[in-house]
Design a binder for this molecule. Structure first.
Ligand SMILES: Nc1ncnc2c1ncn2[C@@H]1O[C@H](COP(=O)(O)OP(=O)(O)OP(=O)(O)O)[C@@H](O)[C@H]1O
Ligand SMILES: [Mg+2]
Length: 382
């Protein structure tokens, strides 16, 4: 999937052609036109999703956009008003949770407080009638993998937050699920523990090759962990692609603003040539993907979305000039907020390595735009 422009009505992830149908057998999860209402609230509105076998797919979107509802439909905790759910190619829309072979970890772990770590982890196997001896072996194996060996006899209350989270993961993985569902599993952890757990989960997911659907509204978490990201808003999937595709080729303004940091400049469309367009901003010509500008006429005003790392100090034929309003020291880099007449939104954000010579507040500076990650959309009145 690449830089296909997506509007609100496009069924991203739908499988209209034969090649896609052939690939269908490689799909671990498929949602076909799923709608879910709660009273007057439409939580999911004709959502289409295809998750490949073994991939780590993240559902990313703002609060209330329908992420948890989507997981609940895959898990069988909820049933859609319209549309179908498939797991491993089988129609499961009306199949209950316990027959779906799904591993789930929620934000608040939901461990059984009165049971030991070993019993918590073995619970799903016991419920499935697995022999005692095999349970013991599989629990030992997964606890070792999750670095929990030696804690078998503790109760959840005697563990740290990170250890509890690992127990929850071990419990979900020990049943060898067809799909692992993770709903904001790190949100209760502090920043350092969160980063450590992210790395561990990714390593274990790779090692086991388990198809994983991960929910977050944290875009940096999504960018760093995922094979692909599905961006959700208002009950629909708006774009699906690799982290690079989503960051570098956002399909619309919402995604360009939601993923990564961005400043918006007023620019002029010069020309469109096949897959690329050229826009003029100040004395600079910038190449952007043509998709979002398809059908637009040269000369119109466009909004140019640029990432902070693309801007650099320059003199001569600069893209824009402005005045440094504030500088914020961030350790390895410094963020500069710049007031500039060419800005379509508020201040322009640029980022310089902190060992560079950083202009102070009040300085007038010229900026050039480097790199290839700028995107332009037809301007909207602000
Ligand atoms: N049981 C319910 N009854 C009524 N409305 C619900 C119910 N569950 C979800 N909703 C509504 O459906 C919409 C989608 O909710 P959902 O929980 O899927 O969002 P989310 O993307 O997971 O948000 P968050 O990031 O805050 O967890 C919201 O408007 C929510 O208020
Ligand atoms: Mg949620």
């Amino acid at each position: 999937m690449s830089s296909i422009p997506v509007d609100a009505e496009t069924k991203v992830g739908a499988a209209p052609d034969l090649a896609a149908a052939a690939r269908a057998q490689d799909l671990a999860v498929r949602l076909d036109g799923v709608t879910k209402r709660f009273g007057n609230t439409v939580a999911l509105n004709d959502a289409w999703l295809q998750v490949r076998r073994g991939e780590f797919l993240t559902l990313l979107g703002p609060s209330g956009c329908g992420k948890t509802t989507m997981l609940n439909l895959v898990a069988g905790f909820l049933f859609p008003d319209n549309g179908e759910v498939f797991i491993d190619g089988a129609l499961v829309t009306d199949v209950p949770t316990y027959e779906r072979e799904i591993g789930i970890v929620f934000q608040n772990y939901a461990l059984f407080p009165h049971m030991t770590v070993a019993s918590n982890v073995g619970y799903g196997l016991k419920a499935r009638g697995v022999a005692q001896r095999e349970i013991a072996e599989r629990v030992t194996e997964i606890l070792a993998m999750m670095k929990l060996a030696g804690l078998e006899d503790r109760k959840p209350g005697q563990l740290s937050g990170g250890q509890q989270q690992r127990v929850a993961l071990a419990r979900a993985l020990v049943i060898r699920p067809k799909v692992l569902l993770l709903d904001e599993p790190f949100s209760a952890l502090d920043k350092n523990l969160r980063s450590a757990m992210q790395i561990e989960v990714k390593e274990i997911q790779r090692k086991l090759g388990v198809t994983t659907i991960f929910v977050t509204h944290d875009q940096s978490e999504a960018l760093s962990l995922s094979d692909r990201i599905a961006v959700v808003s208002e009950g629909k999937i708006r774009q699906i692609g690799t982290p690079q595709e989503i960051y570098r080729r956002p399909a619309n303004r919402f995604i360009a603003s939601f993923i990564g940091e961005v400043s918006v400049l007023r620019a002029r469309l010069e020309r469109i040539e096949k897959s690329e367009a050229v826009v003029q901003v100040g004395a600079a010509s910038i190449t952007v993907p043509a998709g979002p500008l398809a059908g637009q006429s040269p000369g119109i005003t466009v909004d140019l979305f640029v990432r902070p790392e693309q801007l650099c100090l320059a003199s001569g034929d600069v893209a824009l000039e402005g005045q440094v309003a504030t500088t914020v020291y961030q350790g390895d880099h410094v963020d500069l907020y710049i007031d500039a007449p060419a800005a379509a939104s508020t201040r322009i954000l640029m980022r310089l390595p902190s060992h560079d010579r950083v202009p102070g507040a009040g300085a007038t500076i010229g900026l050039a735009i480097g790199g290839h990650d700028a995107t332009a959309f037809p301007a909207v009145e602000s």
